[in-house]
Design a protein around this ligand. Structure first.
Ligand SMILES: C[C@H](O)[C@@H](O)CC(=O)C(=O)O
Ligand SMILES: [Mg+2]
Length: 451
């Protein structure tokens, strides 16, 4: 096979799945989300294509696609070697476009678009090397890996030399951990039993099934009504028993004191963490909640809406999170995610990636393996999220065995979606959407009224 040298074209698609019909993915803030993504395909002068996406929730996916489209000028016509040899510098160039950065910078729509593009480029790199992404990251020279990071604004807590030191310090033992991953996989928890819109009966049924599949870690959505939460917590504990790991997620609905009071009411059910108790931007608020809940044995988890490495740096400096939930699409792709994993390693804070979305499990499995094998070297207090939705649309869905992600062997980032799914669920023109519009199940978005 001839290896590609140049990116020759970039296509961007608005893909949406109607998950709100069953209330899959529902939480106190996002009551009926449609799991969606901005999906990027890179063509090359060889047979390989790169696929990447960024997760969104329905409306606004077109806005992210528009932003990704603007980035074409940094992608099409570029030599792959030139990108890979100076990846950190390239990432800086893309994120610092002197006009486009005004509507970011490095946050929100522009940064999510960056993630889709960067994820597609990393997919190409892994395919060229003939390895799954986790293995590419595990095998890469420390210097080469660190060369992929833009250290702007984080050098006060992590220098290039320190990052290289962390990676090299683990090299002698990494083969043992890689073998362990191949044997037993990486521990995961399931969110899919405890979405907010699910009935008590559904929670009981799904948690019972998950237990029989070997899951021993669970998460439940909270934050709409404290009495409901207490009842649902009791149901969960009754099914999973007193000792299995159980976490809760409020998706930002509370103020600071409200979060402390609500979690004090749920404390008897022994949650390991409260996730996103308040505004994702309120670093000192998270620190106050963490301080108040520490005596109850409850940690604070956050990160799925943490804009960038600079925010994570401050969360870590302020002791505002006990579980660092990197998100493969909220951050600007692999380059920034590895920077955050290395900072968390330095602060000795467990990384527990967020994966409630479409294609997120497929993305974060690589980070979990990389983190364990190459960075932190421990599984203590670590687990990655699993959400059991839409995997049937993926070309290489995650492999789950006995409550663990098993490392995959195919080359790439493994986030490609099936051609039929891309065609059926492209918004608003795909056949699946046309049918839902015709049947009156969905109305077209305001922006798409004429399609
Ligand atoms: C809207 C999403 O489903 C969100 O609830 C996911 C999430 O918070 C998680 O998986 O954690
Ligand atoms: Mg969450």
């Amino acid at each position: 096979m001839s290896l590609p040298t140049t990116i020759t074209a970039m296509h961007v698609k608005d893909i949406r799945y109607p998950t709100s019909i069953q209330l899959d993915g529902s939480d106190a803030m996002h009551k009926s989300p449609d799991y969606s993504c901005c999906y990027v395909i890179l063509e090359t002068d060889g047979p390989l294509t790169g696929h990447g996406h960024t997760f969104t929730v329905g409306k606004g996916t077109d806005v992210v696609c528009y932003a990704a489209d603007i980035m074409k000028k940094y992608v099409v016509g570029r030599k792959l070697d030139a990108i890979f040899n100076n990846f950190g510098q390239y990432w800086h160039e893309v994120t610092c476009d002197d006009q486009f950065r005004w509507i970011g910078p490095e946050k929100g729509v522009t940064h999510m678009a960056t993630a889709a593009v960067m994820n597609a480029i990393w997919d190409l790199w892994a395919k060229i090397e003939g390895k799954p992404l986790w293995k590419l990251l595990v095998d890469m020279d420390a210097e080469q890996l660190v060369n992929c990071i833009d250290f702007s604004y984080i050098e006060d807590v992590l220098t290039k030399e320190e990052a290289i030191g962390i990676l090299k310090g683990m090299d002698a033992t990494k083969a043992t951990r890689e073998a362990e991953m191949r044997e037993t996989g990486y521990p995961i928890y399931t969110t899919s039993c405890g979405w907010l819109g699910y009935s008590d009966e559904k929670i009981t049924k799904l948690a019972t099934e998950a237990m029989s599949q070997g899951f021993s870690r669970f998460k439940m959505k909270v934050g709409q009504d404290v009495k409901d939460d207490i009842r649902r917590a009791a149901i969960f504990r009754k099914v999973i028993g007193p000792d299995r790991i159980w976490c809760v997620d409020a998706n930002q609905v509370w103020g600071i004191q409200q979060a402390i009071d609500w979690m004090t009411a749920l404390a008897p059910y022994k949650p390991l963490w409260i996730e996103e108790p308040t505004s994702p931007d309120d670093i000192l608020g998270h620190a106050a909640i963490a301080k108040a809940l520490n005596p109850l044995g409850i940690g604070v988890a956050t990160g799925e809406m943490c804009h960038n490495r600079v925010m994570f740096k401050q969360f870590l400096q302020a002791g505002a999170l006990q579980f660092c939930q990197i998100d493969a699409c909220r951050l600007g792709g692999v380059n920034e995610v590895i920077a955050v994993i290395l900072m968390a390693t330095k602060f000795n804070v467990p990384v527990c990636p967020h994966a409630g979305g479409v294609g997120l499990c497929e993305l974060v499995q690589h980070y979990a393996m990389f983190d364990y094998i190459r960075c932190c070297g421990t599984l203590e207090n670590r687990m990655t999220e699993f959400a059991d939705h839409l995997h049937e649309h993926m070309c290489d869905p995650v492999v789950v065995r006995n409550g663990h992600y098993m490392p995959q062997k195919e080359p790439g980032f493994l986030v490609g979606m099936k051609a039929q799914s891309l065609s059926d669920y492209e918004y608003p023109v795909g056949a699946a959407w046309q049918k839902l519009f015709d049947e009156g199940v969905f109305k077209r978005d305001h922006a798409h009224e004429n399609n």
